[in-house]
Design a binder for this molecule. Structure first.
Ligand SMILES: NC(=O)c1ccc[n+]([C@@H]2O[C@H](COP(=O)([O-])OP(=O)(O)OC[C@H]3O[C@@H](n4cnc5c(N)ncnc54)[C@H](OP(=O)(O)O)[C@@H]3O)[C@@H](O)[C@H]2O)c1
Length: 311
């Protein structure tokens, strides 16, 4: 396993993180609780110690399942959760007010069955609360021993001006990034460099399209978010373009004797400096297959080819 110590912290994490969005059991088709628990155990045994979740995934279900799966193994894991997406009476909105951060944190601790969260991340900006106020609240929670470090998500270069006074306070920035979506590459590179953060990538497998198991006829039931056109990776020309990328990935993966999904992960690890790759996981085989991305490298020719086909 490859490990990295996140900047401005002593958090030593595997460069593959088990993503907990499917663990919410909502909007990813069939997901079985026992398979998820087994996946957490398989991950730990394989040396993966980093688990990402959020209060909003399955409205708390993901945190509950992760907490239950970790159980007495809690101290072996680095647990990352998020705050700021709030759902009331079926309406979703963002809230980073100090009152809500406190409430959200207490709720997450209870659901996770733990007394501390290692990395507590602001899921989105709410358009009202300034970063300084968010940071003050996070520092109070840290003083109380409830959280250890702070992270950011879904920000762009436009946020840099507001973040700049707080360099060194946060440890990570999560953004969507994969061979299927390089739209935020400049944002991730700039924010991580200027703010000394580690990039954590989400949607790293293009929500599954980069695993090589889907074709142009891919369809999903209404209980799967990917049936909606907003999940562009599985629709229209974008799907066809992704499948073209997958064909290149297939041949490079075969040269290395690796699964296509592992290549999707390896590209990010080798291309984005100091990155950690989040992969949504439904079953043990998925995280173990993705772990085949560890401990080897793509050549500069491979990276160049993947760079060109995915631009
Ligand atoms: N900060 C944020 O705003 C944000 C937003 C989104 C996600 N995230 C985090 O990032 C994580 C990763 O993103 P994501 O889950 O949306 O998408 P993803 O990792 O790109 O794709 C996950 C999906 O790919 C499929 N898959 C995974 N491994 C596979 C394998 N080895 N072989 C075949 N299929 C495989 C599974 O679905 P199927 O088997 O059904 O195809 C899985 O649900 C999330 O779980 C979450 O922790 C954060």
């Amino acid at each position: 396993m490859e490990y990295i110590t996140l900047k401005n912290s002593d958090l030593r994490v595997s460069r593959l993180c088990m993503g907990g969005c499917p663990m919410g059991g909502h909007g990813w088709g069939i997901v079985q609780e026992q398979e998820l628990v087994n996946a957490v155990h398989a991950a730990l045994e394989r040396g993966i110690n980093f688990f990402d979740t959020a209060d909003t995934y399955g409205l708390g279900q993901s945190e509950m399942t992760l907490g239950r799966a970790l159980g007495f193994r809690r101290s072996k894991a680095v647990v990352a959760s998020k705050f700021g997406v709030r759902v009331e009476n079926h309406v979703t909105f963002y809230d980073n007010s100090p009152e809500w951060i406190r409430t959200a944190c207490e709720n997450s601790l209870r659901r996770l069955g733990t007394d501390y969260i290692d990395l507590y991340q602001m899921h989105y900006r709410d358009g009202r609360t300034d970063i300084g106020t968010v940071l003050e609240t996070l520092k109070q929670l840290r003083q109380e021993g409830k959280i250890r470090y702070f992270g950011l998500c879904n920000l762009t270069c436009a946020d840099l001006k507001d973040l700049w006074p707080y360099r060194g306070e946060f440890v990570s920035i999560q953004d969507q990034y994969s061979l299927a979506c390089r739209d935020f590459e400049e944002d991730i590179l700039t924010l991580s460099r200027e703010m000394t953060l580690n990039p954590l990538t989400w949607g790293s497998l293009g929500q599954g399209v980069l695993t090589g198991k889907y074709d142009r006829y891919a369809t999903f039931g209404s209980d799967d978010r990917r049936s909606r056109e907003v999940y562009v990776n599985f629709h229209g020309d974008k799907l066809l373009k992704n499948l073209e990328i997958v064909e290149h990935m297939r041949s490079i993966a075969a040269d290395h004797g690796k699964p296509v999904s592992a290549l999707a992960v390896r590209f990010i690890l080798d291309y984005l400096p100091d990155s950690v790759v989040l992969c949504g996981t439904k079953r043990p085989e998925q995280i173990l297959t993705n772990a085949q991305a560890m401990d080897w490298h793509l050549s500069s020719e491979d990276l160049g080819r993947l760079d060109i086909v995915s631009r």
